[in-house]
Write a protein that binds this ligand. Structure first.
Ligand code: SF4
Length: 385
């Protein structure tokens, strides 16, 4: 059996800085000074050079600057960031370059620099249009900041914008979510990611939850909210193509589809994870250590894990079932040189019988009922069932 090892053509770059820390956030992000950010860019420049030299890669098809808040950089730093990308990597025609941002962290200068640097997709962490909820989440922006940043982005010529949304928030009701959805539909972004809140260990939310001070909506409300989110976007011209992602035609995130299709990608930046040649690697998370290592001319990789063929097959199923198109038999065969129904006959039959998976000539996907129990279905593909 031969593994088809597709050449890598995607890059994730992590920018670990934010203006403040949201109460629910367990991402790798820190409040820092402009001086540290400059030194981080020195290190990132070296790391990108080393990453580009370490792997055989094709011209990049997708690049994603995530965070943190990459637009916390000023216009000069943003320009450096774009220049170093183009200095070390060749871009394919039609490359998708995305930058994550938060409302209130952009101005026209910065947006023009990003646009001139090839960025063609912006993603704003809006989360809600309800000012009280935004305060409860520890977000720095309010509803007006969303509108201002949105206007600036459109003015700078961005015509593919994602807005991130959260539901299942403390004190949120189905009705208040409805108002947020109405405001969002009125803006008309090309793409929306809508996730339910997860209370992660090590966050202020976790502490408050443990002490009984964070009251979340009951589970039945959360289910209703998810249904409302799906119905709203579907009836307003969005295609639900992943269990939490909705796009107008032609605006699916190509970069995120690389992850969901279990394809390889390069990664740079502190705490970033890459996946190349069947090996996952993880970078140093600590920013000062990351800077010291990279400025010293070394790659900041602290851990690597070889993903066995068995694990790769499981990943193909677990990640691929997030997509509404599911996992096709042809893609599974091409990636793994074997038949999906031979490897996963047990879990597929079991969850098909329960009405959570559907199987046709093309492949396997979640049913509308399966979408609500997706985590249970994914778990069935891990290890022997
Ligand atoms: S803006 Fe995003 S990355 Fe930054 S602290 Fe808030 S949730 Fe975390």
């Amino acid at each position: 059996m031969t593994l088809v090892n597709k050449q890598v053509s995607s890059l994730y770059v992590h920018i670990p800085f934010c203006a403040s820390k949201c109460y629910y956030c367990d991402f790798n992000s820190y409040v820092s000074t402009s001086d540290v950010m400059d030194r981080y860019l020195d290190g990132l420049d070296r790391e990108l050079e080393l990453v580009a030299a370490s792997y055989q890669h094709e011209p990049l098809q997708t690049v994603f600057f995530g965070g943190g808040t990459p637009t916390i950089f000023d216009a000069r730093q943003s320009e450096r960031m774009m220049q170093m990308l183009h200095r070390h990597f060749r871009m394919a025609d039609g490359v998708e370059i995305s930058v994550e941002s938060n409302p209130g962290t952009v101005d026209l200068d910065k947006l023009h620099v990003l646009k001139d640097g090839g960025v063609n997709r912006l993603s704003f962490g809006v989360q809600s249009f309800d000012n009280d909820l935004l305060v409860k989440l520890g977000r720095l922006h309010d509803r007006d900041a969303v509108y201002r940043s949105w206007e600036l982005a459109r003015q700078a010529g961005f015509d593919s914008i994602n807005l991130d949304l959260m539901f299942g928030l403390p004190g949120q009701t189905v009705e208040t979510l409805q108002s947020t959805l109405k405001a969002l539909i009125e803006l008309g972004p090309e793409h929306v990611s809508a996730y339910s809140l997860k209370v992660e260990e090590g966050t202020p939310f976790y502490t408050w939850y443990e002490r009984g001070k964070l009251i979340l909506p009951p589970e039945e409300d959360e289910v209703q909210m998810y249904q409302l989110v799906m119905d709203t976007f579907r009836s307003n011209g969005y295609e639900m193509y992943e269990i939490s992602n909705y796009a107008k035609p032609g605006h699916r995130s190509r970069h995120n589809q690389v992850y969901w299709r279990n394809e390889p990608y390069l990664a740079a930046g502190s705490g970033a994870h890459g996946y190349v040649g069947g090996v996952r690697y993880i970078n140093q998370k600590d920013v000062p250590q990351y800077i010291e290592t990279t400025v010293g001319g070394k790659r900041p990789v602290v851990d690597t894990e070889e993903i066995t063929e068995v694990m790769q097959r499981e990943d193909t199923m677990i990640l691929g079932l997030r997509l509404l198109e599911g996992v096709t038999f042809a893609r599974f065969r091409e990636k793994h040189g074997t038949e999906m129904l031979d490897v996963f006959a047990g879990p597929i039959a079991k969850y098909r019988e329960r009405g959570l998976l559907t199987v046709d000539d093309v492949g396997v996907r979640l049913t509308p009922e399966g979408i609500f129990l997706a985590n249970e279905v994914y778990a069935a593909f891990l290890g022997d069932e």
